[in-house]
Design a protein. Structure first.
Length: 232
């Protein structure tokens, strides 16, 4: 499958601050969809209308092509369709970009991950693609028991691990604005009982060698759940 078969998309990590800590919004995918019943961030494919919304006046610091500019609008549109939340694209922070690894003939996506603060807006799920929602503290979401319960996908888990480094929503947004865009092109290596997902910076990434000695940036997925190893 060529790179032209990779569909651009966008997702939005919605955060809110509560007296007990920072929370994120997760939606439950319809059971008949791909990755059915998994709990995910709102998002979806970039549509032609998202490109039409690009203004020559836009000046996002990370933008260097039309796809990223359209991704801002896709993140806002998809979130509104799925949750009823109305966000301002200018207030979003671009955090990372994930490209689906090669998995047979399965459709691949290049997804731009944005972060935004929701405020006090109510949530109304669409009932079609998404059937339920829940607010959950970041630290609780990455607990291994919860990860299994939610059917959490690796990009969601990695993203929440990163956000959990920060004490509150404002710190999260401020620090992410300073960080370079994080690019993920995972390489999946099958192992007994699961697989290892290698990311850029891991000593074994280029050769796809999980035994390579050196820097670590990988996610181990097995019967015990997820274990992120990151030294870079």
């Amino acid at each position: 499958m060529s790179s032209t078969d990779i569909k651009p998309s966008a997702t939005l990590i919605l955060l809110r601050q509560t007296s007990s800590g920072m929370e994120t919004l997760l939606l439950k995918r319809h059971k008949e969809m791909a990755f059915g019943s998994a709990w995910v961030f709102p998002g979806g494919k970039i549509d032609p209308e998202d490109y039409l919304k690009i203004s020559t006046q836009e000046n996002y610091p990370e933008i260097n092509d039309r796809e990223i500019a359209a991704a801002y609008h896709a993140a806002v549109r998809e979130s509104k369709e799925e949750t009823g939340v109305d966000m301002d694209a200018r207030e979003l922070v671009l955090m990372s970009c994930w490209t689906t690894p090669v998995l047979g003939h399965r459709q691949r996506f290049r997804t731009w991950f944005f972060v935004g603060e929701i405020g006090n807006q109510p949530i109304v799920v669409d009932g079609n693609e998404m059937t339920d929602y829940r607010w959950i503290q970041i630290k609780d979401a990455i607990d291994i028991t919860t990860v299994r319960e939610l059917g959490m996908l690796p990009p969601t888990y990695n993203t929440l691990i990163e956000i959990n480094k920060y004490p509150d929503v404002q710190s999260t947004l401020a620090q992410l604005r300073k960080k370079p865009l994080q690019i993920y092109n995972p390489k999946l290596i099958p192992v007994d009982g699961g697989f290892i997902s290698l990311y850029e910076g891991d000593a074994g990434y280029e050769a796809e060698d999980i035994t390579a000695i050196g820097a670590r940036h990988r996610l181990i997925v097995d019967k015990d759940g997820y274990r992120l190893e990151k030294t870079v």
